[in-house]
Design a protein around this ligand. Structure first.
Ligand code: NDP
Length: 424
């Protein structure tokens, strides 16, 4: 069924719930949970973490109609930052009209490492370990047989030497973790390899641990936006596209800009990682390492202009080893709802959607920055938070926001003084 999302952002909270109820069939449990705003229970939270005193909430939103590889998704977003959802919705509307995102999962394997030190002859040890590759892969798989039954398991092993304050011989294990992120799987396998590797190398093992630099889980998202979707006026559209290209060059050249450029990308990526119960610290660490892969920290996305076809092209590649099984997925009712809203994508599909959302968020940010500037739209939404902080009741918020916009001063003191005037 085609859902009519037009005007969704203008609807009230109960109207939005109603539209969702009429358009997306959820299980009775999930529907009731959504209506009651059911979150993680303290009992489950107490099992997940330590010293628990309660749970912590954040706004749960959706970005409707995101077209990735020909399929339309309703994308759940968890973020407290004003304007992020609005920007993503705007970008996805434009990009979906222009044909949507194309995403490619290059490979999906996780890498773990065992660091060996005090190895008497590192080159000889390297060769001995490589000569036993098949036996070592078998040993790793025996340590976690259930992933082999699911069609995954250890796939490859390589060895590298590092010289420095301490000389290391590092053994890398590549594992197909199927639908899981694989941290615990990898760690279990690596623990099992440690004694044998010590024996083969005649050295000591320092640690065996998953690496978050998931270079074997790269995902590329691209989009091609015909210039007419940027502005009805040809000149303006071309100028905007050219400036977006320049903005992406700026983020390639200057790490100060690259950090902020990538933060904007993660506004989208983290919102979806959190909503789907994924480890956002793991993905952030891997992506920032990838952004520095040639020695300089750079922007993750690149925009180019196809002058012949009159299209602005966005492209972004980063490691995205996300999971649809394992960890806390399945324990948090909100996370269960997210997977349901997305139509239960596989880990590869989910990774494709997430990288596409990062690119969408980047497009919206760059368009705003090189166009009207980010402050205008941003401050309007920020005014809402200021109104609430100043103590405005729900009915007072719109008038107070109007007042702040009219005064063009966005601070708490101003918000309080306008509220006082409104009340008197
Ligand atoms: P789990 O330890 O939860 O393992 C995955 C679970 O999913 C297993 O119980 C597995 O069952 C089950 N499963 C069900 N269906 C599938 C399927 N189709 N494919 C794969 N597994 C399936 O999670 P991970 O090993 O993925 O580890 C992720 C967790 O580790 C996250 O919570 C993360 O925060 C945390 N972590 C992260 C670290 C890092 O990033 N450096 C370090 C340490 C922890 P079965 O066992 O029967 O196969």
């Amino acid at each position: 069924m085609k859902i009519n999302w037009s005007g969704f952002s203008k609807k009230t909270y109960p109207e939005r719930l109603e539209l969702l109820k009429d358009s997306i069939i959820l299980s009775q449990e999930l529907q009731e949970g959504l209506e009651k705003n059911e979150n993680l229970s303290v009992q489950i939270a107490d099992q997940l973490s330590e010293n628990v005193l309660g749970t912590f909430s954040l706004p749960y939103s959706i970005v409707p109609e995101v077209l990735v590889n020909g399929q339309t998704y309703t994308v759940p977003y968890v973020t407290e930052e004003p304007s992020v959802v609005a920007a993503a919705s705007f970008a996805c509307k434009v990009i979906s009209r222009a044909g949507g995102f194309t995403a490619q999962v290059h490979e999906r394997q996780m890498i773990g490492q065992v660091a060996l030190y005090q190895v008497p002859d590192r080159e000889e040890a390297r060769q001995v370990i490589l000569s036993q590759k098949e036996e070592l892969l078998k040993l790793a798989n025996q340590a976690y047989p259930s992933i082999v039954k699911r069609g995954g398991g250890a796939r490859d092993l390589r060895v590298e030497q590092f010289s420095g304050q301490t000389d290391f011989l590092v053994v890398y294990l590549h594992v197909d973790t199927q639908e899981a992120m694989g941290a615990n799987m990898l760690n279990t396998m690596l623990e099992a390899l440690k004694p044998r590797l010590e024996n083969l190398s005649q050295g000591q093992s320092l640690m065996g641990i998953l690496s978050n630099y998931a270079t074997e889980s790269l995902v590329t998202a691209t989009c091609r936006i015909a210039l007419r979707y940027l502005s009805p006026q040809n000149d303006q559209a071309r100028e905007l596209a050219e400036k977006i290209v320049l903005a992406s060059h700026f983020a390639q050249a200057d790490p100060y800009r690259a950090a902020t450029h990538n933060k904007g990308i993660f506004n989208g990526i983290d919102a979806l990682l959190i909503a789907t119960g994924n480890d956002w610290r793991a993905i952030e660490a891997g992506a920032h390492a990838y952004a520095s892969r040639d020695g300089l920290y750079r922007g993750l996305s690149l925009w180019t202009l196809d002058s012949e076809k009159e299209e602005l092209i966005g492209e972004m590649t980063l490691p995205m080893p996300v999971a649809t099984k394992g960890g806390s997925i399945g324990l948090n009712p909100r996370v269960v709802l997210s997977h349901e809203l997305l139509g239960h994508p596989s880990a590869k599909e989910l990774a494709s959607i997430i990288v596409s959302m990062g690119l969408a968020q980047n497009f919206a940010a760059l368009k705003a920055l090189v166009g009207a500037g980010i402050q205008q739209g941003h401050m309007k939404l920020q005014a809402k938070s200021l109104a609430l902080l100043a103590g405005a009741k729900e009915a007072e918020v719109p008038k107070l926001v109007e007042g702040l916009i009219a005064e063009k001063t966005f601070n708490l003191e101003k918000a309080k003084s306008i509220l006082e005037i409104l009340r008197s």
